[in-house]
Design a protein. Structure first.
Length: 129
């Protein structure tokens, strides 16, 4: 938890170019932070960009198991949505994480499941079959 994604993956993506977007600069900076220091918003950003998925999904699931509607900077459940939207290939290769994700989904209070979240949940579940 003291190592960064950059250290774990053994791949330095370099510094942002002067004309880099805020998102690119943020991703490059977050890749250099120890993963144990990453906040919900940091996980949301990185997973939303599909960066460090293999390393970060277990951490995100830990957070979601504590609070299925963990909130970054946008809205309650924004981390959940980022994780639900990961590619089907990831989930197919990690049945243990699928089980954990299904438990997280089951823990979301029904009154918090709006049409958009229900669509993301349905898409996640359909990629398993």
């Amino acid at each position: 938890m003291e190592r960064s994604l950059q250290e774990i993956e053994g791949n330095d993506w370099g510094d942002p170019q002067p004309d880099a977007t805020r998102l690119i600069s943020t991703v490059l900076e977050l890749r250099r932070r120890p993963i144990g220091t990453l906040e919900v918003e940091d996980l949301r950003i990185l997973l939303g960009q599909q960066v460090g998925v293999e390393v970060l999904v277990p951490l995100a699931l830990d957070r979601l198991e504590d609070d299925p509607l963990a909130e970054g900077d946008f809205y309650p459940g924004d981390l959940l949505v980022s994780v639900l939207r990961l590619p089907a290939e990831h989930w197919r290769g990690h049945p243990d994480q699928v089980r954990r994700m299904n438990d997280v989904i089951a823990a979301v209070p029904p009154e918090e499941v709006d049409r958009d979240l229900q669509g993301d949940i349905s898409a996640f579940r359909s990629c398993m079959y």
